[in-house]
Design a protein. Structure first.
Lengths: 517, 224
């Protein structure tokens, strides 16, 4: 019940169909009952009025018959009445009229009962009350009754009764009984016809409703599916406009809207493409002069022993800044690649423990700060883009070394069935809670006034996050002022699956234990 | 003194390159325009060509193809775009190696020296019916000489030298190209394809240079 209600609510066509059928049934029922009533009463009343006329004629001829009748004694009277009854049966054969002549007790000598079907008609069919009224009244009376026969059949009927005066014998009651069964049969037939008609009408309305729904709802459904395609990014989909009606104007408006949206999107896409192209072109165009610059600087640097100290130091600074410029340029190019969604992933299967060791060795040749690698396993194979993972690790480790203030940096590796996690923990400056949302922003610096020891590009963490997203991994950061930071990289072991569990918790273990204490 | 032909339209960069290469003990010919490369190439045959991809006139990739039609001289490309299909196009056109701008002069000199270095190993190697004559620097198949670039020859000789060993792409990059850090492995893939197209009867079903899936390459051990 609930489900069907829900379905009706959800489907416009079902709603229209059900409403129409309910209305059709309602109207068919009202009209049917009204027509049936009218037809029934008309048919019955018609028969009754015809019967009344017929009975009046019959009564008149009966009266005349008895006035003119010649008889002597009860025996001859009996014969006369018997003849009259036989005649009356012939007269009333077509209208199914029964004639009954009853003596009124105390008013007649003859107490015989005469009737057209002498044995079959049950005299109880003539109600006692009606008889009393007839005997008291001088008028012709009528009433609706049920006519019973001794073989058990009952018929709806109608009775007309009055007093009959037979000269020299007394006053009798005369009754004409009319059966209405033919009329009721007709009414029943008509009723069945009406029911059938109503049924056909409902079917017809259902079919026509379906047809109308197809004409009205189908274009609406088509519009909905086109709109859905549109939201899914297929901006070329349009509604088919084949007619000239309101639905066509809906289609036309929709298509106009689609064109305008498509143009807007195209314009914006073009704009951002131009911007990305510009960043990419600038980065590339800067490379040729930078190459010349670098070579010239190297040549000067190699000859620095023959210069005086200030020029020698300047050449060193020049080289350092060219390094930094180069890093900035390549990071900028990488960012523009992510913006253009042109970053591709080059999958291989490799041991991430080796990669972590390699990265740490590469970044940490001086051993100025202590770097500890903690891994429970010597080999953790992972399917990923090795170059990108190396870059994430390099960014995280160099960021930690940058902010460690000479204290230890701990790199941990842990794995679960489907994930591998690498965490980098430092005990340096850390960061405030309010800074956390900006940590991965481009060119964001915790403290703009703080001196930079390594001179990163400011894009490192932002690129690391993009690289992580490309692997459908998670890169999370925890930090506390002057208690250090904890970055946790969690990657699915197989590319394409999502991270379901975190082998290393974001809150570092040392902090967790103090909280518990 | 080895002669290096530098093809670059940026005058300052070309001059700087010539300063660096000259101080590394090389002779340098400068060409600014793609159209002029072949004239000079034919009259003054260089030992190595340093070629910028972006050139006015004929671009670097076209120049590379034209040189390869007549010569096996080592070609090193200079490109500003290390990640685009320019690199693959250049390698497929016949370049042996590429340098992404900006590069360090020491790195450039090292790369060029690797390409100029003649194989010092003497003797003859073979992969069943393929004979690799290291002295004459020739490869013979069915008694016929196959023309290989020096890099292709080095690649084949490296694989043939240790018949059982599977070489990773990184190992080949370090032994054949002289890279110290892992670089672009496409370099290996493209050159293996080129080598196969020259020596194999059917490059899709190689017999001499086999792929070991997920690891690298090795020399074939028996004819299938």
């Amino acid at each position: 019940m609930m489900i069907s209600k829900l379905r009706i609510k959800q489907s416009l066509s079902l709603k229209v169909l059900v409403t129409n059928i309910v209305f059709a049934i309602f109207i068919a029922a009202i009209i049917g009952i009204f027509v049936q009533n009218r037809v029934a009463s008309t048919v019955i009343n018609e028969k009754i009025s015809i019967s009344k006329v017929e009975a009046a004629g019959a009564l008149y001829s009966a009266q005349r018959y008895f006035e003119l009748a010649r008889f002597k004694g009860d025996k001859e009277l009996d014969k006369v009445i018997q003849d009259f009854i036989a005649l009356s049966r012939e007269d009333g054969f077509f209208s199914g009229r029964e004639t009954v002549i009853l003596p009124i007790p105390n008013l007649t000598k003859n107490q015989s009962i005469y009737q057209t079907v002498p044995t079959l008609l049950v005299l109880d069919s003539i109600p006692e009350n009606f008889r009393k009224q007839v005997t008291k009244n001088e008028d012709v009376l009528n009433e609706r009754i049920s006519i019973s026969y001794s073989d058990g059949k009952d018929f709806p009927g109608f009775i007309i009764g009055t007093k009959l005066n037979i000269p020299r014998s007394g006053t009798y009651e005369i009754y004409y009984l009319f059966k209405l069964d033919a009329q009721y049969q007709s009414i029943e037939n008509i009723t069945w016809t009406l029911v059938l008609t109503a049924f056909l009408l409902i079917i017809l309305i259902t079919i026509s409703t379906k047809f109308v729904i197809r004409q009205v709802v189908s274009p609406v459904q088509a519009a909905a599916s086109v709109a859905e395609k549109f939201t899914q990014g297929d901006f070329s989909s349009r509604m088919v406009v084949a007619s000239n009606d309101e639905l066509a104007s809906l289609g036309n408006s929709f298509n106009e809207m689609a064109v305008s949206i498509q143009q807007q999107i195209y314009r914006l896409e073009n704009l951002s493409m131009l911007q990305q192209r510009f960043v990419s072109d600038v980065s590339h165009e800067l490379r040729t002069p930078l190459t010349t610059l670098r070579m010239a600087a190297e040549v000067i640097y190699q000859g620095k022993n023959s210069f005086d100290t200030s020029i020698a130091r300047s050449s060193e600074l020049l080289i350092n800044q060219i390094d930094r410029f180069e890093l900035l340029l390549s990071d900028l190019l990488e960012v523009s690649r992510f913006d253009a969604e042109a970053a591709t992933i080059d999958l291989t299967t490799f041991n991430i423990v080796n990669l972590v060791k390699k990265t740490v060795d590469y970044l940490h040749p001086t051993k100025a700060t202590k770097l500890i690698i903690d891994s429970p396993n010597e080999s953790v194979p992972i399917q990923a883009d090795e170059r990108r993972i190396e870059r994430i690790l390099r960014n995280l480790v160099s960021n930690a070394l940058d902010h460690s203030e000479g204290k230890n940096v701990i790199v941990r590796i842990a794995e679960s069935d489907d994930e591998v996690a690498v965490s980098v923990r430092d005990f340096g400056l850390g960061f405030n809670e309010e800074d956390a949302p900006f940590l991965f922003d481009r060119f964001w610096r915790a403290d703009p006034a703080r001196a930079r020891t390594r001179g990163g590009s400011g894009l490192g963490l932002s690129i690391a996050l993009e690289d992580t997203k490309l692997h459908q991994g998670q890169l999370l950061a925890w930090g506390s002022p002057h208690q250090g930071a904890h970055f946790v990289l969690t990657l699915p072991k197989n590319h394409g699956s999502l991270v379901q569990s975190f082998p290393i918790a974001l809150i570092p273990e040392d902090k967790l234990s103090t909280v518990e204490e | 003194m080895p002669l290096v032909m530098v093809v670059d339209d940026d005058q300052d960069l070309a001059e700087m390159l010539s300063i660096v290469l000259t101080s590394a003990g090389m002779e340098v010919d400068l060409v600014n325009h793609g159209d002029q490369v072949m004239d000079l190439f034919n009259s003054h045959t260089p030992d190595l060509v340093l070629l910028d991809v972006m050139l006015p006139g004929i671009d670097g990739i076209e120049v590379c193809k034209i040189i390869r039609e007549s010569s096996m001289v080592p070609i090193v490309m200079l490109t500003a775009k290390g990640d685009t299909h320019d690199v693959v196009l250049g390698l497929e056109a016949g370049a042996d190696d590429y340098m992404v701008k900006p590069f360090k002069p020491q790195e450039l000199v090292a790369r060029i020296n690797t390409r100029l270095r003649r194989s010092t190993k003497v003797g003859s190697l073979s992969i069943f019916d393929l004979v690799i004559d290291q002295l004459e620097h020739k490869v013979l198949k069915d008694g016929k000489e196959i023309a290989l670039t020096r890099l292709e020859f080095d690649l084949l000789a490296t694989l043939a030298k240790e018949p059982g060993r599977v070489f990773t792409r990184e190992a080949l990059l370090s032994e054949v190209w002289g890279y110290q850090h892992a670089a672009d492995t496409r370099l290996v893939n493209v050159h293996v394809q080129r080598l196969r197209s020259k020596i194999e009867s059917d490059a899709d079903n190689p017999e001499y240079v086999l792929t070991v899936r997920g690891v690298g390459y090795k020399a074939g051990s028996a004819k299938a």
